[in-house]
Design a protein around this ligand. Structure first.
Ligand code: CAO
Length: 444
């Protein structure tokens, strides 16, 4: 038996490193190359491996400490011949049955040599020398040992993945980067059945006992509320959202609409702004077909749709529903007004069928009848874009010589940035604005 100092190795150019994880405690038995500390420089995260097999007898550091090359972090009681400088992976290893590592992989990792995201060499080296029955990895609050390198821990932290729930496929059950990715994928796929809060490895928001603050009452969510919560959550987690804002001058459109209100009454149809929005969106979807797609990420394909069905978000006492109007590009404004009215009525009477609510390529959510200046709607995935309309208001608009009072409609287009670029989104809303500003655009 002899004692050996555990020192910080050459830092690969980094002046100092910070301890972001202490993976062992005094009294722990370790194998050569077992990770002892997680060290982070401004370039990478690596493990400090045990220089030999033995028992930790002293630890002089804690998380947050800064270290430089050669610093002693603790002492190791080395078993066997007393050769404190025994080569890691040599005959003295506790896991003697294991294949010796190639020399190049046995060396202590050089901090800064390999970016954390690229699976540091040190991680590979230690992964094959750790014995599963050796408590060389930190115990989690539940007491279960988690066996993973710093790069993997970092990825898990980024995804909010709980390493305790992940089965490692590496040597001796070590959790690999691929295991974390597979786990996250599985969580996302099972998102439909996940509760609205949490899911996808994201910890649920803990609920305090609200009754300590005042009187409370619990109500079961309606089915629509449950489905909406799941759908929104799934979309929010899966879709990289961006919202493009714009305005349309609908002064002339509003005059046109008002001119046709009386005729609408005769037809039994309320002529609102919505059918015009639908028609303008259909025109933009045809002009920019990249908005009329869904992404199949599993097969890495873009599914282009050659039909133009538009969903309309309808606010009902039971929650939000989205009936779909088919072939909007081929219907007249009167037909669209009639169908929108009929479907909104069915929605409020809870008479919509699944067929009424399926097949949309794009969604419009209009809050204009209520108020507001802008909002950021959530894409109704697997669609890739949604248009929000807020309340149109009179605004002074400069015509080059003077301000004119114009009725301006605020538009908020949220889109899936995987499918659509910002420039396309700006073109889309510019075209909407142009079309709503002058309906003759639709004739071209
Ligand atoms: N700016 C100014 N006025 C507007 C407007 C706008 N953007 N949009 C509608 N209006 C006007 C209408 O023209 C109508 O005016 P008149 O009475 O003078 O004709 C009035 O507001 C009421 O319209 P409406 O709301 O009854 O009808 P609509 O066709 O505009 O909308 C529907 C129908 C179903 C979209 C709407 O009733 C609705 O449910 N909106 C809420 C959708 C929602 O909740 N979205 C959020 C989803 S995400 O949480």
């Amino acid at each position: 038996m002899s004692e050996q100092a555990i020192r910080v190795p050459e830092l690969g150019g980094a002046e100092s490193v910070e301890i972001v994880g202490v993976l062992v405690s005094v009294g722990d038995s370790v194998n050569a190359e077992d990770p002892l500390l997680e060290l982070e420089s401004d370039k990478a995260t690596v493990e400090l491996p045990a220089p030999a097999a033995g028992k930790i007898t002293r630890l002089d550091v804690k998380e947050g400490d800064s270290l430089t090359e050669g610093d002693v972090v603790g002492m190791l009681e080395v078993a066997g011949s007393g050769s404190g400088a025994a080569a890691p992976g040599g005959k003295e290893q506790a896991t003697g049955s294991e294949e010796p590592e190639p020399a190049s992989e046995q060396q202590a990792p050089s901090v800064g040599a390999s970016p954390a995201r690229d699976q540091p060499k040190g991680e590979t080296a230690s992964s094959s020398t750790v014995s599963a029955d050796t408590p060389s990895t930190p115990e989690t609050p539940s007491g279960k040992l988690v066996h993973a390198g710093p790069a993997v821990r970092r990825i898990a932290r980024e995804f909010g993945a709980d390493l305790q729930q992940i089965q490692g496929s590496g040597p001796k059950g070590r959790i690999l980067k691929e295991d974390v990715q597979a786990w996250v994928r599985k969580q996302l796929q099972s998102g439909a059945s996940a509760p609205a809060g949490g899911g996808a490895g994201i910890p649920e928001v803990p609920l305090p006992d609200f009754s300590q603050f005042g009187e409370v009452e619990r109500q079961s969510m309606t089915k629509i509320q449950r489905l909406t919560a799941q759908g929104m959550h799934r979309s929010w987690l899966n879709v990289p959202h961006v919202t493009q804002f714009d305005k349309a001058d609908i002064t002339d459109l509003e005059a046109f609409r008002k001119d046709h209100k009386a005729e609408g009454e005769k037809r039994g149809v309320k002529m609102t702004l919505l059918p015009f929005l639908m028609k303008a969106c259909a025109h933009a979807l045809t002009t920019y077909p990249q908005f009329n797609v869904s992404l199949d990420m599993t097969n890495q394909q873009i599914i282009q749709k050659h039909y133009c069905h538009i969903g309309i978000a309808v606010d009902t006492p039971n929650g939000l529903v989205v009936p779909v109007i088919r072939d909007v590009d081929r219907k007249s404004i009167w037909q669209l007004a009639e169908e929108a009215q009929e479907l909104a009525g069915k929605a409020r009477d809870r008479k919509l069928t699944n067929n009424d609510m399926s097949g949309a390529c794009f969604t419009i959510t209009s809050l204009g009848g209520i108020g507001g200046t802008a909002f950021t709607p959530i894409v109704n995935s697997p669609e890739v874009a949604i248009l929000g309309a807020s309340k149109a208001d009179m605004e002074p608009v400069w015509d080059g010589e003077q301000f004119q009072p114009r009725l301006m409609l605020p538009l908020s287009l949220s889109y899936d940035h995987r499918a659509i670029n910002g420039a396309d989104a700006a073109r889309f809303t510019a075209l909407l604005s142009k079309t709503l500003g002058d309906l003759r655009e639709l004739l071209l």
